[in-house]
Write a protein that binds this ligand. Sequence first.
Ligand code: FES
Length: 127
Amino acid sequence: MELHRVLHLDDLVEGHPRRFELSGRAVLVTKIDGEPHAISDVCPHNGASLSEGVIKDGCVTCPWHFWRFSLHDGTRQGSPQISVEVFGTRLTAEGWIEVEVPAQEPTKSLREHLLESARRGPVSHTT
Ligand code: FES
């Protein structure tokens, strides 16, 4: 887990999303009722940037097809089986927002994928 100091709480406007690249991930950071929140900035539908959407009632609405995601638990409103990742936030004593983002695993090459697959052996098709 990597902790990133992103900006001061006073520099974040209530209900206005900001996008950050943290540990190789696009992260939406916003403030609701004075508290910082952070979720993935990538819509799981077609990849739109959620930080270009509108925030209202604790949810962000995707700008492309209007799916709504809770900024508290990341679930899609009306379809909670679909969600975006939620990242932990904390405030320092001086009011800086820090966001916890898991370190990104290094990308595997095709050769590494093939070797890993070969080591697992053939897939069984028995029922
Ligand atoms: S890309 Fe977000 S709802 Fe379609």
